[in-house]
Design a protein. Structure first.
Length: 112
């Protein structure tokens, strides 16, 4: 579903978000805070102040969907960035959701 086939862009808002917000208010945040089109097909990731919950907003062609996850133990460790908004890869999002800290990894690119 959220990390299914395709290669959507992923935007993470690092600021604290009131996760009681629904589809329309999250879409408005995407436009105002992330300066992106919420219907672009990208994934938009929001976390709460305690960093134990995450909501992902996606537009799937015929409407919005939301993925919501609450950790029972621990907190999400967000990648370091100078700004409150950052673009991450699908792999970094998957690691974030699994509790792996992407900033500690050394990227190696295959150059052929």
């Amino acid at each position: 579903m959220i990390l299914g086939p395709g290669n959507p862009r992923v935007f993470l808002y690092r600021g604290a978000t009131d996760l009681r917000r629904g589809f329309d208010r999250l879409a408005a945040m995407v436009e105002s805070l992330l300066a992106q089109d919420p219907r672009s097909g990208a994934l938009f990731v929001f976390v709460n102040r305690r960093r134990d919950r995450v909501k992902i907003l996606a537009f799937e062609g015929d409407g919005y969907s939301i993925y919501y996850k609450r950790l029972e133990i621990g907190v999400y460790r967000l990648p370091e960035a100078a700004a409150d908004r950052v673009e991450v890869s699908r792999a970094e999002l998957a690691m974030l959701l699994e509790g792996i800290v992407p900033r500690q990894l050394d990227r190696r690119y295959n150059r052929t």
